[in-house]
Write a new protein. Sequence first.
Length: 127
Amino acid sequence: MYFDHAGIATDDADSLAASYCQLFETNVAHEEELDDLRVLFLDIGDGYFELLEPTAPGTIQRYLDDNGPGIHHLALATPDIENALERARDQEIELIDETPRTGAWNHEVAFLHPKSTGGILIEFVQH
């Protein structure tokens, strides 16, 4: 496994992307709409910042309402997401996703509950 991206909740992905692109001398590597949010990926070398802007009521809007802008989750890439989920189950980690689902870039993703991971929402992603 290796670090893949940090998901950052924001009310204005364009503004934050412009600021980060200038500050970190990077660019937007990918953009898409997924369910109830707009996603911008900024290339930061060995990973990405994934900017999450709500387009309708849903998970990210609730997160922003409760917590304000900031880091929403950390993602780790794995070559075998099913095996990663099984290891988590074996360690009695509470899963949000019992089975992988399709995420951005059509990657398979699954989330671990922050109650079981030291307060951090962890995402497994299989490219």
